[in-house]
Design a protein around this ligand. Sequence first.
Ligand code: ADP
Ligand code: PHD
Length: 417
Amino acid sequence: MEVHKFGGASVKDDNGVKNITRVLKSLTATPKIIVISAMGKTTNAIEEIINSYFHTPEKVKENIDLIKSKHLAIANNLFKTPNHSIFTCIENLFTELEYFLEKNKSPNYDYVYDQVIIYGELLSTKIVSAYLNENHFENTWIDARNLIKTDATYRDAHVNWEQTTAQIQNTINPNKITITQGFIAADEHNFSTTLGREGSDYTAAIIAYATNAKSVSIWKDVDGLLNADPRHFENPILLEEISYSEAIELAFYGASVIHPKTLQPLQKKEIPLHIKSFYHPEAGGTTVGRASKLKPEVPCYIVKHGLVLLSLSSLDFSFFVEENISEIFALFHKYQIKVDLIQNSAISFSVCVDNKFNNIDKLITHLQAKFKVSYNKDVSLYTIRHFTPEAQKKIEKNKHVLLKQVTRETLQLITKK
Ligand SMILES: Nc1ncnc2c1ncn2[C@@H]1O[C@H](COP(=O)(O)OP(=O)(O)O)[C@@H](O)[C@H]1O
Ligand SMILES: N[C@@H](CC(=O)OP(=O)(O)O)C(=O)O
C-alpha cells in the first residue's frame, strides 16, 4: 500500500485534476490511498466566509457564491454532461453548508471554523474522485471524519491514535484505490475538527502509519525539498536525501513545504517520505528516510515573516526563574501562541512568537499586569541550518538584526524590515 497526497496547488484547476491521472499512470500499479486538500486557495476563501459570518453577515452569501462558482467552473471543464451526478453533489454540499450557518447558535469561532472549513476538502475530493472514476482509476471516496478521530481542540485537534488506527484498518480496503480528504477529522461526538492549517501532509502520514504503508509521496509544485524556499531565495538546491531528524528540524523551523507533524509517525515506522513534483512525476525528488543526513551537504535557509518579538523584564528586578517562566508559558498555551525562539538573562526574557490565532494583543495585556513588556511586531526569523560564514554574511546583508542565536548546527537571526 502506498499513500499519495495531492495539495491545493496540484488541484487548483481542471488541468491540475487531469494531471493527477498522469501522475498516477507514472506509478506502479500498487493499491493506493490518495489524500487530497482543498482546491488552490479555497481554504483561505472559506476563512472569508467564516469571518463574514461573525463580522459582516451581509457578505456571507457573496463569499459562498464565489467559491461555488469556482468549483462549478472546474467541474464544467471536467465533466461534459451537465446532468452528471457531481453537480447535484456540489449543490448538496453547499446546501449543507448554508443550512449549518443558518441554524448554528454557537458563538465559538474555532468550533464554527471547523464545521465550515471542511467543505473545501469535501468538494475537491468529490470532484477528483468522480473524475478518476471516469478515467480508468476506479476508486472509493471515504469521509476522513470516519477515519481520523481527535479530541475537540477545534482548529488544532490532537489525534486519538488508538481509535484512528482501528477506524482506518476497519474502513479502508487495502486492495482498492481510496480517495479521502486531508486536514479534516472528527471528535467523539462526530463534530468536524481540523489538524491545523496545511495539515493534509499530516493526514497522509497518519494513514500511512495506521496501514503500515510502503511509502508516502507528497506531490508539490516544486522539485522536492529544496535548501531554501524558492519564493524568498534565489537558486535553491534540491536535497535528494535527508534524514527524518534533519527534515523534522527544517519543518520545525518553518520550511513550509512539509507540515511539521508529518514526520514523527513516519519515522516511528521508518516509512519513507517522497516529496515530488507533480509537473515532473518521473523525476527523483527528495526522499526523507533513515539514510544520509543531508545529500548534498549544503546550508539550508528558512525564513518566517510576520512574527512578534516580545521582551519581558520583571517590574522589581527579580530574577527570571522557573516559576515566572512557567507562568509565561502557561499563557502562551492559553492564547495558542507558538514559540519560535527564546533567549533569557537574569532579569529579562525575550521570545519570538507567531500570531496565527490573532491573540497577541490579549497576551500582551495579560503579561503587562506582571511584567514590563516591550515588543516588535512584524519581525522576520531567519534560520540557517549547517551555516557557513558565507551563508551568514548573505543573510545579514542589509538587515537590521535585533537578536542572534548560534548553536553548533544552527544560526538564527531576528530582523526588522
Ligand atoms: N525548503 C523548501 N523547499 C521546497 N519548497 C518550499 C520550501 N520552503 C517553502 N516551500 C514552498 O512550499 C510550497 C509547496 O508547499 P505547499 O504550498 O504547502 O503545497 P501544497 O499546498 O500544494 O501541498 C512551494 O511552492 C514553495 O514555495
Ligand atoms: N486545505 C488546508 C489543508 C492543507 O494541507 O492544504 P495544502 O495541502 O494545500 O497545504 C489548508 O489550506 O490549510
